[in-house]
Design a protein. Structure first.
Length: 509
């Protein structure tokens, strides 16, 4: 049976449970090679959200719910992944393919080829988040494996709820692979590489806040990130009088969805138009992309002040614009991960305004938390900033009936019930609502969840708690004990003696 090499009273319950899962799937691993375990949490987006791709400040809480990955070297040159929970979403639990498919002509597979390889089969599309980390390590760090890999994955981060299940999966996978191969990477590097995997292999145009929180978050504190492109600032502690909760709306969210992508495209169109109005020179890069030498705002909408936006630019940025006219007039946008469709029509003014105001709101939110005035008026002001953020999401077209209902239920209960503010999180269009509440307000959250379920017929999950990011957690090692040895040093239970051959691999995706 497998046990933690080192264990003490601080070992989290989910790590112990995951060890039991390893023993339940003992046939998946060879008995004569060590296993490393990595852990990465989901995140609750308190303030900032979609403004991350426009350079805003964001405040994120690493959640208690996390993804765990166990990795072992395999003498066969294959990449084999087993997920204990992917079957719930109609995906194949076990996927295996030869490492040779990740090369072309002796060189690492291109990102475009990798996206096509893993995106063709819906049942195996989830593997792109896992194998994408290996593709990125091969392309960006020259990684060459002399052996195969076997990965066992389990996640408690609910998928499609706007709490970064994808980032937790990417970060935990990369940490496990790097730990197994003794490849040291700083937390910021892990996050940026995982974002690259999601942007270029999965094909989801996410910003970087999710991966940064999952990799670099601190338990019980708000990760503070200036997304220009990913500058960690000192984390912020909540006053003991406050706590943060998430309420799942029961409406599935997807950052790869058309709403999120079109709003992002609209924001970059707006930046390109403002740069032109300001006389900044654009240089064509081909493929409907341009680069802009920008000494004023350094390429980020968030650096434009609300007063400058209102006084100089709002009325000159169109409410909507078709892609054909935009490309003909401006040559393209500066965004490397989205494309302006000439046949599409995009909202531009509101997606441009959102990050300008959101950056200002987040800075005010942080300042209120840091000034030490933990009083009723401060809590109401924090809540109002959240309500403003939620309204701005809705104006961009990223709201949903369910999240709007939850926010209004929180607003209706209000400060007398210890509830100060609420907003949609992450990419919007469903998912989870973040709630700022007085400590000890869980009963009020339960009542709101019950009312929401009664009104909508949707099941609700309440998310709370916090845990360290992947870098703080580090790497745990599992070692083999002879069958029948008594528990010691964090021994993990096995329901039956291990044995038998590994499960037969499935064909490449």
């Amino acid at each position: 049976m497998w046990r933690l090499e080192h264990s003490d009273a601080t070992t989290s319950p989910d790590v112990a449970r995951f060890g039991d899962l390893v023993n339940e799937h003992a046939d998946f691993f060879a008995a004569d090679r060590p296993i490393v375990v990595a852990r990465a949490p989901g995140r609750l987006d308190l303030m900032g959200g979609i403004a991350d791709y426009s350079g805003a400040l964001v405040l994120e809480l690493p959640l208690a719910a996390a993804t765990l990955v166990a990795a072992q070297a395999d003498p066969e040159p294959r990449f084999t992944v087993l997920s204990t929970d992917i079957g719930a979403s109609d995906g194949e639990e076990l996927v295996s393919f030869p490492l040779a498919v990740l090369e072309s002509g002796g060189r690492p597979l291109s990102y475009l080829a990798a996206r096509k390889l893993f995106g063709g089969d819906r049942a195996r599309r989830w593997v792109a988040y896992v194998a994408g980390t290996l593709v990125v390590l091969q392309r960006e760090h020259g990684l060459r494996l002399g052996h195969g890999l076997r990965l066992l994955i389990h996640s408690d981060v609910p998928a499609g709820k706007g709490v970064s299940s994808s980032a937790a999966l990417e970060v935990a996978t990369m940490q496990a692979i790097c730990g197994l191969l003794d490849l040291p990477l700083e937390g910021r590097d892990v996050a940026l590489l995982c974002q690259r995997a999601e942007n270029l292999v999965v094909g989801a145009p996410c910003g970087v806040m999710d991966q940064m929180t999952s990799a670099c978050g601190e338990q019980g504190r708000l990760l503070t990130l200036l997304c220009q492109p990913a500058e960690l600032l000192p984390s912020v502690a909540l006053p003991p009088e406050l706590e943060i909760w998430g309420i799942d709306s029961g409406i599935r969210h997807a950052v790869s969805g058309a709403d999120y992508g079109s709003v992002r495209v609209g924001a970059f169109m707006g930046y390109r138009i403002i740069a032109g109005l300001a006389g900044l020179e654009a240089r064509p890069l081909g493929g409907e992309r341009v680069s802009i030498e920008d000494p004023l705002w350094h390429g980020y909408l968030a650096n434009i002040s609300p007063s400058l936006w209102e006084g100089a630019y709002r009325e000159q940025v169109p409410a909507t614009l078709d892609g054909k006219t935009f490309v003909a007039s401006y040559g393209g946008s500066t965004d490397a991960v989205t494309r302006v469709d000439p046949q599409g029509t995009y909202a531009v003014q509101q997606p441009t305004a959102h990050p300008i105001y959101e950056h200002h709101r987040v800075r005010l939110f942080r300042a209120l938390l840091q000034n030490g005035e933990a009083g009723y008026e401060t809590f109401e002001l924090l809540g109002e900033l959240m309500y403003q953020s939620h309204a701005s999401y809705s104006a961009c077209g990223l709201g949903s009936e369910g999240t709007d209902t939850l926010v209004e239920l929180v607003r209706g209960a209000g400060p007398p019930a210890g509830l100060f503010g609420a907003k949609i999180t992450g990419g919007g269009s469903g998912g989870t609502v973040a709630v700022l509440a007085r400590s000890g307000s869980r009963p009020q959250l339960d009542r709101i969840a019950e009312q929401y379920e009664a009104e909508t017929g949707r099941d609700v999950t309440i998310l709370g708690g916090s845990s360290p990011g992947a870098l703080q957690f580090g790497i745990r090692r599992l070692v083999r004990e002879p069958w029948g040895a008594g528990p010691r040093g964090g021994a993990l239970r096995a329901p039956h003696p291990p044995g038998g051959a590994p499960p037969p691999p499935k064909t490449p995706p």
